[in-house]
Design a protein around this ligand. Structure first.
Ligand code: ZN
Ligand code: ZN
Length: 48
């Protein structure tokens, strides 16, 4: 099985085949300087 990761560099969430980001938060944060992932997933390893 091929598990894809969220395209956000700090995010460790997995996404589906047709998804690039796990959440709108990750998509919105691309191009901005972030110190931690802002997605709503508590299991994410990129949280502050
Ligand atoms: Zn995340
Ligand atoms: Zn994400």
């Amino acid at each position: 099985m091929d598990t894809k990761k969220c395209a956000h560099e700090l995010c460790s969430c997995t996404v589906g085949d047709n998804q690039k980001y796990c959440s709108q938060n990750c998509e919105d944060s691309v191009g901005t300087t972030t110190v931690g992932c802002d997605c709503p997933h508590t299991a994410c390893g990129g949280k502050l």
